[in-house]
Write a new protein. Structure first.
Length: 373
């Protein structure tokens, strides 16, 4: 564990800043004063040598207003895709113009979940980000909602920001929210207390998250931010949540030390960090108590400890690992198809060949292709 402070996160060599729809769009129109205030801070950080990647929401909200779509463009997937198609143009223009006022070049980068889930595409995205930053460009990243379906969506830009930070080898992520950070209960309650530092996103921390964002405009909420923090912490990336509503929100949060900092709890190698950050498991493997203990000691998942298989998947798919009470243990790449896993569940090595018709592999999920938590 490390001693990151909010000031340290903001001064990271490479920083991802995420700003949500509620901060950029008000009554269907761009919140220009807030945008220019934030861009002024971004320019100040760049002058200090901080490399910046922006993850920006707002395309659907902007496009929905221009098209007159109900429910902010979220009444249906088709509405959201149409709104995003229109709004992405305007959003890119807004960021480009605002950054150009400070002599900075921006680049638009639209990604879907598959772009960061599939290994080769992830590496391609990482290479593009690296080249843009080397050239002094400020990438502005958003989910490509114009083509993403429910099955291939991040669903919120908080988790996208954490995944982009992984791909870009960033040291910090700053999530600008409509609240000061994580509270121990609903922040509207008079006795709610701001949690200034979190070392490990535990089930107890998850329980503190309320549902949804206060604005009703975005698709995230505090739970999504905690999921983003979990992705970041295993990759050795510090993440902070601050209130993005005030004028010059970053400087104000640092001056008042007001926000929540999530300290990185470990630093997985690049492949395991990518694996741990993947968001779309194709199935679930449940194991017995003895297997839980073995996994905790760094062992591979063997068929003998496998008790239940959910979903349909092929060899090499991403699967979640659950304990006997349904508790999540981690995830990994499976060495068998779902049907093969069902066939050998609970069997010892000597029994598996007879059931499979060929010599069994060393493990159902090898420890080198597995991440805990």
């Amino acid at each position: 564990m490390t001693d990151e402070t909010l000031a340290n996160v903001v001064s990271a060599k490479r920083l991802v800043i995420k700003i949500g729809s509620a901060l950029l769009v008000e009554d269907g129109k761009p919140a220009l004063d807030r945008l220019h205030s934030l861009v002024e801070e971004i320019a100040g950080l760049r002058a200090k040598g901080v490399e910046i990647i922006v993850v920006s929401s707002g395309a659907i909200a902007l496009g929905a207003a221009r098209l007159g779509l109900p429910k902010g463009g979220r009444a249906s997937l088709a509405d959201a895709q149409a709104a995003a198609s229109v709004g992405q143009v305007g959003l890119a223009q807004l960021w480009g113009a605002a950054l150009a006022r400070h002599d900075h070049i921006s680049a638009q980068m639209l990604v879907t979940l598959d772009d960061l889930e599939e290994r080769k595409r992830y590496l391609n995205a990482a290479a593009t980000l690296e080249r843009l930053l080397e050239a002094g460009v400020i990438p502005v990243v958003n989910e490509n909602d114009s083509v993403a379906t429910e099955e291939i969506r991040f669903g919120d830009n908080d988790r996208l920001a954490a995944r982009v930070a992984q791909a870009a080898n960033a040291q910090g992520v700053l999530l600008l929210s409509d609240v000061d950070g994580l509270y121990d209960r609903d922040p509207s309650l008079p006795d709610a207390t701001l949690i200034e530092r979190v070392e490990g996103v535990s089930p107890e921390v998850i329980a503190m998250a309320g549902e949804g964002s206060s604005s009703g405009m975005g698709s995230g909420g505090m739970l999504a931010k905690l999921q983003a923090a979990r992705i970041a912490e295993r990759a050795g990336i510090a993440l902070a949540i601050i209130n993005g509503k005030p004028d010059h929100p970053i400087a104000k949060a640092v001056a008042n030390n007001r926000g929540t900092v999530f300290a990185p709890v470990r630093s997985d190698n690049a492949r395991k960090a990518w694996l741990g950050g993947r968001l779309a498991p194709e199935g679930v493997l449940s194991v017995d108590a003895g297997c839980v203990d073995a996994l905790g000691e760094g062992a591979s998942l063997l068929a003998a400890g496998l008790t239940e298989v959910e979903g349909e998947f092929t060899r090499g798919a991403l699967v979640s690992l659950h304990g006997p009470k349904g508790e999540r243990l981690g995830q990994g790449l499976v060495e068998y198809s779902a049907d093969e896993c069902r066939a050998i569940a609970g069997l010892k090595q000597a029994e598996q060949e007879e059931r499979l018709g060929y010599a069994p592999r060393a493990a159902v999920v090898h420890r080198d292709h597995m991440v805990r938590g």
